[in-house]
Write a protein that binds this ligand. Structure first.
Ligand SMILES: [Fe+2]
Ligand SMILES: [Fe+2]
Length: 134
């Protein structure tokens, strides 16, 4: 089972942005698949490293776009990005003591964060400024 499932509440209402978020979720699921695979497993620390890298790359793109365009809620938006990365780091710390619970926790937190962040901060950003260039 994938770690995350796309759902309507993730939508920002702009197809190109939803597409990009779907790609991010696919990538996260792919990494999770490698973590769970038997045989040649991705280690937990490599998994978290790659997960954070993928999410950070997406955030960096948005933050650069907001900065270039003088977006009025850059600091609030950025703070919410940072909050998620802090949560992931905290889950990573818990991982060694209780792997199964930490995995469930990661899935639940990512899901809740994506629903809320995409629906609020990202929807506002992309409605105001459109889609950022790649
Ligand atoms: Fe986004
Ligand atoms: Fe964002």
């Amino acid at each position: 089972m994938p770690l995350l499932q796309w759902k309507p509440s993730y939508s920002v209402g702009i197809e190109a942005v939803d597409h990009e978020h779907k790609e991010l979720i696919d990538l996260i699921n792919q990494l999770y698949g490698e973590l769970m695979a038997k045989g040649e497993p991705l280690t937990a620390s490599a998994f978290f490293g790659d997960l954070i890298k993928a999410i950070s790359a997406h955030f960096a793109l948005e933050e650069r776009f907001m900065l270039e365009r003088g977006y009025d809620q850059l600091s609030q938006h950025k703070a919410d990005h940072e909050r998620l990365l802090d949560e992931i780091l905290a889950i990573m710390d818990d991982f060694e003591s209780d792997e199964a619970t930490s995995r469930d926790d990661l899935a639940a937190r990512l899901d809740a964060w994506f629903s809320r962040h995409f629906e609020t901060h990202d929807a506002r950003l992309h409605k105001a400024l459109g889609t950022h260039p790649h």
